[in-house]
Design a binder for this molecule. Structure first.
Ligand SMILES: [Zn+2]
Ligand SMILES: [Zn+2]
Length: 244
């Protein structure tokens, strides 16, 4: 176990789960699901209705096609994507607290939501969970990679292996949220690399990220993973926006 893993295990031991609401910090009953109080759970829009068959974004009822406008226009490199909740202001705040306020315990509860989604989809035979990597320096500054934490908890709950070091980020890119769609693609060009292609050959891969926006990041990852000729690449994100 490396030092980071020790620290994570230590945090797992000392952080008392299901005592405070992860959104408003009010104390809650131990039985409350996902460590959310009864009022905050209402603020979450779970993606349970119609969703894009390719990327998993929620679809409006009036929209009659099976794939969202994004997926009709763009070729994706993954087999199928799933997402759990709509990325509204509350979810933005939650992800912000995890990433920039070092509230790592939030990842555990986000992963609980993701595990429930995976179970509902009856996804099985995953050989490797692969977290979307951060550039080394960025991970060092933040102290952790949120996708790593999510992958770790999902792996434990589903009994799937996590491959942490095979997909790596080799270019320090600009923050994606400030860029247009085309700039996003260029920004991520050659940003990722797979170290040992054989590890993913003929395997079912589940790529994990916190937020799915246009899919540029996961596509840039999958573009590298497909070089290994995997069986299937699934993608799961915690939150996603609507595009219809
Ligand atoms: Zn609350
Ligand atoms: Zn889509």
């Amino acid at each position: 176990m490396n030092l980071g893993a020790y620290i994570d295990t230590f945090l797992d031991l000392i952080y008392p789960r299901n005592i405070y609401c992860i959104l408003c910090n009010e104390s809650i009953k131990k039985t409350e699901k996902y460590s959310l109080c009864s009022s905050c759970i209402q603020k979450i829009k779970f993606i349970e209705g119609r969703a894009c068959e390719k990327c998993g974004k929620p679809l409006e009822d009036f929209y009659f096609l099976q794939e969202c406008p994004d997926c009709i226009k763009t070729k994706h490199f993954f087999t199928k994507g799933f997402s759990c909740v709509e990325y509204n202001e509350h979810m933005k705040e939650l992800v912000y607290k995890l990433k920039y306020k070092n509230q790592r315990y939030i990842a555990y509860h986000m992963a609980e939501i993701m595990v429930d989604k995976l179970k509902k989809q009856k996804l099985s035979n995953i050989d490797y969970i692969v977290p979307v990597p951060l550039y080394k320096k960025k991970e060092k500054n933040r102290g952790f990679n949120q996708a790593d934490l999510l992958s770790k908890y999902i792996g434990k709950a589903m009994d799937w292996k996590v491959s942490r070091k095979n997909l790596i980020k080799i270019k320090d890119t600009k923050a994606q949220n400030q860029l247009t769609r085309n700039e996003r693609k260029n920004n991520l060009k050659d940003a990722f690399s797979v170290r040992l292609l054989e590890q993913f050959t003929d395997k079912n891969i589940l790529l994990v990220d916190d937020v799915y926006t246009t899919g540029s990041t996961v596509d840039a990852c999958c573009r590298e993973i497909v070089k290994a000729r995997p069986k299937k690449i699934y993608v799961i994100s915690f939150a996603t926006g609507k595009n219809i």
